[in-house]
Design a protein around this ligand. Structure first.
Ligand SMILES: Nc1ncnc2c1ncn2[C@@H]1O[C@H](COP(=O)(O)OP(=O)(O)OP(=O)(O)O)[C@@H](O)[C@H]1O
Length: 358
């Protein structure tokens, strides 16, 4: 487990001092993938450098399995750093070394015998599915394969923490999926704490258990991915799962935005809602999927009912949060019944993920 406690990084001094990370507090449990997203300049790279202690924090601590690494001497830190494996956007492989020789590098620094090293490298390359490529040079491998070699190398010293800094950025979708699948296997099989720093929201949805949004050095929002997706008031949740532009309903229909609040929502909820309210329900748009084993859904529906409180209550009984769509801006949750429902035709598209994430 890794915990950041009031982690602060200030560059410069006096009037020119810039606080790049401001009192960050979060932890990543063993067996958890925790993503950090944020726009350019938010402090993601600085965070990565402070986590693997390439940069000393100005104040606060990086605690790994109960030990405060930020207070260690340089010599002890060198040893402690082995507990944190790092993978970068650029795989950082040595072009004149084969995949196996690249993976062996950290072992050779430790003076591991040739025989032991060979055995360990074979295990690691098998772990990342590249046994058949062990004698290939980096230029003979695909981008995804090179990143896998980078992961094998990061695991060589048996770290408990894996830091992935934009590790899938620039990879094609298939390679990204192969890396996210591998990271989830490593999380489960080795119980790693994985800190996954990225600007790609789609990848967060694929890989992360929890996510935090960093902005100007502050964590502005964080939580379990499933909880954020189910919280209609969460900008991060909406950025993770952008609402597709819904159909425009009939002119006498009111638009409602509906979100699943649990996994217990019946699959025939549209029919049931219609029955309870004794009015037809038009399905104008929907996205329903399984994320980390939990069902997450959002839909836009059109209704003729003008009794907002009845709509909210009928939806709640089905495990749904319903809010009127009001001129392209969704009403605050909990206030749904207080607001006049807007017409479906008034609704403009929701924000795109890039606006929130980047
Ligand atoms: N060595 C440094 N000295 C002074 N300021 C720095 C230094 N390194 C980074 N910064 C500043 O810290 C802020 C955060 O930079 P950082 O590279 O951590 O952001 P980022 O979120 O990784 O951005 P990007 O996604 O564009 O890489 C920026 O305003 C940057 O100018």
């Amino acid at each position: 487990m890794i915990a950041l406690e009031k982690l602060t990084k200030v560059y410069g001094q006096g009037p020119s001092a810039v606080t790049v990370l401001d009192n960050l507090d979060f932890s990543v449990a063993a067996g958890e993938i925790f993503a950090v997203v944020g726009p350019s300049g938010a402090g993601k790279s600085t965070l990565a450098q402070c986590v693997n202690l390439l940069e000393r924090p100005t104040s606060g601590s990086v605690v790994v399995n109960g030990e405060n690494l930020s207070s260690l001497s340089e010599e002890k830190l060198r040893i402690a750093r082995r507990r944190i494996g790092t993978i970068f956007q650029s795989d950082g492989l040595f072009s004149r070394r084969t995949a196996a020789a690249n993976v062996a590098l950290p072992l050779s620094y430790l003076g591991v015998t040739a025989r032991e090293s060979k055995k360990r490298v074979a295990e690691l390359l098998d772990r990342v599915g590249l046994t058949s490529r062990s004698n290939y040079y980096p230029h003979e491998l695909s981008g995804g394969q090179r990143q896998r070699v980078g992961i094998a190398r990061a695991l060589a010293l048996r770290p408990t923490i894996l830091l992935a800094d934009e590790a899938t950025s620039g990879l094609d979708p298939e390679s990204t999926t192969s890396i996210t699948t591998l990271l989830k296997e490593l999380r489960d099989d080795l119980g790693l704490s994985i800190l996954f720093i990225t600007h790609e929201m789609e990848t967060v949805l694929k890989v992360a258990d929890s996510v935090a949004r960093l902005d100007h050095g502050h964590i502005v929002e964080s939580g379990r991915v499933v909880d954020l997706l189910r919280d209609a008031s969460s900008p991060l949740g909406r950025a993770l799962n952008p609402v597709r532009v819904p159909l425009v309903g009939a002119s006498d229909e009111n638009a409602w935005v509906v979100s699943y609040t649990s996994s217990e929502v019946p699959t025939d909820w549209v029919t049931r809602l219609s029955g309870t309210l004794s009015t037809p329900v038009s399905l104008l748009g929907a996205s329903i999927e399984t994320v980390n084993g939990s069902v997450v859904g959002n839909a836009t529906i059109g209704l003729r009912s003008s009794d907002a409180a009845a709509v909210v209550a009928a939806a709640a009984a089905l495990g749904l949060d319903a809010r009127p769509g009001v001129h392209g801006v969704e009403a605050s949750p909990g206030k749904a019944a207080d607001r006049a429902p807007g017409k479906a035709a008034d609704r403009t598209p929701d924000r795109e993920p890039a606006e929130v994430a980047a």
